[in-house]
Design a protein around this ligand. Structure first.
Ligand code: ADP
Ligand code: ZN
Length: 724
């Protein structure tokens, strides 16, 4: 009898043993269906030797073993990916099944091979409508997927959908989910590289050709042509017949990337992100696994895809905090990408104009190879940066743009050039209050104010999505027309621009307005065809975009990110402002950047104005070293939450009471977490600051293992948290 150990999904059970029926073959990595109680669930066969210590259970007596039901007809998860999954589960203290699950797709993708019947709406107007059918019509708009997937999407039973097929509302389509994608051509349009580009490219190409692990820090100023440079490494991987993964921090950036990729390689890459349709997702997953998807560009979730033969990983805008996942498995995609490169024995390129301090430190220590592109491509100059001191040059009351910025905007409009105003705040105003009684609109589920969105006429919570229409009277005192907006958001700045520059065409760019790749593509097309004069945007506009006619960037409030006492605040402010400044003057015309601040002497502002990046990073590095902060020390957080405040507090206290006493490990808290109420859950936090050499994971695991919590309590561990 053959015993196999499986990681089973949908459970906190860890690994379970099953037996293989005669004639069934299931090597490690095979995706299987196994019985669990009365149900059938998915699992992955795992080599016992590969399991991290805690996950294995005692061997189950042989006569009690149940049989594996089915081995699914997809390639077994390759050994390097299994090692990555086991490493991530161990490092981030996540259940192995939760990490393994990120490598898989829907069960239809796992089962379906060859031709699949999918369904889509016909556009017929139904004669007789039930609420369920209405719901399906609404939710299935634009979808095409199998019956089972559609039922999931629409939240109705398959029976309801079959009824709709009978009524002619849904129609079947036969699709071949195993058709490969067109292969990108490495020679389609080879650019002439500038000398600095060619040197950097040669290093990366050599590592790709050698199939050798090597992290690169591609450190090039904005507009230096980093993309064209790493495209050479992509071409080398394609030439060798291998696959490539490119990670981008935001879906909104993929639209621009797709166009550039197609111009270079003659066809678009395969995309992977949360807004893919079910049928696209199925095809993409299968082609990644079978090798028919050569280049995949995606958000961080693409990191765990089961590539058949990976040759290169690129993390673009690698400093971005969007690579940190903050719920479910809390991992940092940049760090996991480097580990995947290690296990796959392939180079990993981290590209950025403002690298994370951690990455620079790794380069300094010789672990990453730093490739520097010191100047812009094609002789374009870096923009001139000037500081507008708001304590001397104040905007008029109720306005946010100071006179020098207004003049600069008028000047560009007159010349037919584009401007960009950056303020990292969505909506119209961050706080709304009643002028009569002072009532402030607060989210019922979170410790946060409701943000007014005037374009969509909503007061919205940016943490849980709770929304209400602005009420006609104050809910507290009943006074009509009493609401006052406090502070600016991008929509309010856009209004101000509209008043100051009548006739200017203003576009607001945030995750609200650029929610889909299609909307992002539309925006890029408009900006490129000069149908927009002034862009007002959040951090979404700070990166990736290349608009040659954009010559002015205004930073509305450089101080915003500096408040709050977060140790990374200065670094993040530096990165955001340097990135947004990098949007100016990328074409033939020189760019100018105006930074509005009340603290012109702050180190970060001074460094931006003088262009002394290295000095700024050196000072930041010293500050971190002194504080024992990452990368010189290890940090972790334990977050305890419950819908019941007392329960959360008691659990946090119990954890605090059981704190281990370990030399070199400092444990702080529990204290209310920065968002002490989030999505209806009260949150407490403990912080762990340890020496670099401390085995923090082991310590936390042993610490929490002795405690039991009530049902409603959730305990999450965040290794390398972003704020402290
Ligand atoms: P970065 O990502 O470093 O900010 P980009 O890759 O966006 O810079 O390059 C800036 C501009 O220069 C883009 O329009 C790009 O197409 C162009 N460019 C860069 N390198 C080359 C090259 N070797 N040949 C032609 N155009 C290039
Ligand atoms: Zn909320």
């Amino acid at each position: 009898m053959t015993r196999v150990r499986c990681i089973v999904f949908n459970s906190a059970l860890g690994a379970l043993d099953y037996r293989l029926p005669p004639g069934m073959d299931a090597p490690a990595g095979s995706v299987v269906v196994v019985p669990l109680g009365p149900r059938q669930i998915l699992g992955v066969v795992w080599d016992e030797g590969e399991l991290p210590g805690e996950e294995g259970n005692d061997p189950w007596p042989e006569h009690k073993l149940r049989a594996v039901l089915e081995v699914l007809p997809v390639p077994a998860l390759p050994a390097p990916l299994r090692r990555l999954i086991a490493w991530a589960a161990d490092y981030y203290l996540a259940p192995l099944s939760a990490v393994a699950r990120m490598a898989l797709s829907s069960s239809a993708a796992l089962k379906g091979s060859g031709t699949v019947t999918e369904y889509r709406l016909t556009g017929e107007e139904p004669a007789r409508m039930t609420p369920q059918r209405l719901q399906a019509l609404d939710l299935l708009h634009g979808e095409q997927a199998t019956m089972r997937e559609l039922a999931e999407i629409a939240g109705v039973s398959e029976g309801v959908l079959r009824g709709m097929v009978g009524q002619g509302l849904l129609e079947p389509v036969l699709v071949d989910s195993d058709r490969p994608y067109p292969a990108p051509d490495p020679h389609f349009a080879e650019p002439e590289l500038a000398e600095q580009q060619a040197e950097a490219a040669a290093e990366m190409v050599a590592a790709v050709e050698a199939h050798r692990f090597q992290p690169f820090l591609l450190d090039g100023v904005t507009g230096s042509g980093k993309t064209e440079t790493y495209f050479e490494a992509v071409a080398a991987a394609l030439e060798a017949g291998r696959q490539v993964l490119v990670l981008l921090p935001e879906i909104a950036l993929t639209a621009a990337f797709l166009g550039r990729f197609e111009a270079r390689f003659g066809t678009q890459p395969v995309t992977w992100h949360s807004s893919l349709k079910a049928s696209e997702r199925r095809r993409a997953w299968r082609q990644v696994a079978f090798g028919g998807a050569k280049v995949v560009v995606g958000a961080r979730s693409a990191l765990f895809l089961p590539f058949a033969d990976l040759g290169l990983i690129v993390v673009d805008e690698a400093h971005e905090i969007a690579f940190k996942q903050d719920d479910g498995v809390r991992y940092n995609a940049r760090d996991v990408a480097v580990m995947r490169g290690h296990f796959e024995a392939v180079p990993v390129v981290l590209a950025s104009a403002t690298p994370a301090l951690e990455s620079l430190q790794m380069a300094e220590a010789g672990r990453y190879k730093r490739l520097v592109l010191p100047s812009r491509f094609g002789g374009a100059q870096l923009p001139r940066i000037e500081v507008v001191n708001l304590t001397e040059l104040q905007p008029p009351r109720g306005r946010w743009l100071a006179p020098p910025l207004v003049e600069a905007l008028q000047d560009r409009l007159g010349k037919g050039e584009q401007s960009l105003l950056f303020l990292n705040r969505r909506g119209y105003a961050p706080l709304t209050l009643c002028r009569h009684c002072g009532f402030r609109f607060k989210c019922p589920n979170c410790s946060a104010w409701l943000v007014e969105h005037r374009l969509s006429q909503r007061l919205a919570c940016h943490h849980c999505g709770h929304e209400v229409p602005p009420p006609p009277v104050c809910p507290e005192c009943g006074e009509p027309d009493c609401l006052v907006a406090c502070g600016p958001g991008v929509e309010r700045i856009a209004d101000e621009v509209g008043e100051l520059l009548p006739g200017a065409r203003v576009a607001v760019v945030t995750s609200d307005t650029l929610a889909s790749p299609a909307a992002a593509a539309e925006f890029v097309a408009q900006a490129e065809s000069k149908a927009i004069d002034v862009i007002v945007g959040t951090q979404l506009v700070t990166k990736g975009f290349h608009f040659p006619e954009l010559t002015l960037v205004g930073v509305v409030d450089a101080d915003m990110g500096l408040d709050g006492g977060d140790l990374r605040a200065a670094e993040r402010t530096y990165q955001q402002i340097a990135q947004v400044a990098g949007r100016a003057g990328r074409g033939a015309k020189p760019g100018e950047v105006l930074i509005q601040t009340r603290h012109p002497k702050a180190a970060v502002i001074a460094a931006l104005a003088s262009g002394e990046r290295d000095a700024f990073y050196a000072a930041e590095t010293e500050a971190r070293r002194e504080a024992g902060a990452p990368p010189f020390g290890r940090w972790a957080a334990i977050i305890v939450s419950s819908e019941d405040e007392a329960e959360a507090r008691d659990a946090a206290r119990a954890i605090g009471g059981a704190r281990p006493d370990e030399p070199g490990v400092l444990i702080l808290g529990p204290a209310p977490a920065p968002l002490s109420l989030l999505r209806g859950r009260y949150r407490y936090r403990l912080l762990i600051a340890a020496r670099r050499s401390a085995e923090v994971q082991k310590l936390i695991r042993a610490w929490l293992a002795q405690l039991r919590f009530p049902q409603g309590v959730r305990v999450a561990v965040d290794i390398d948290p972003y704020s402290f």
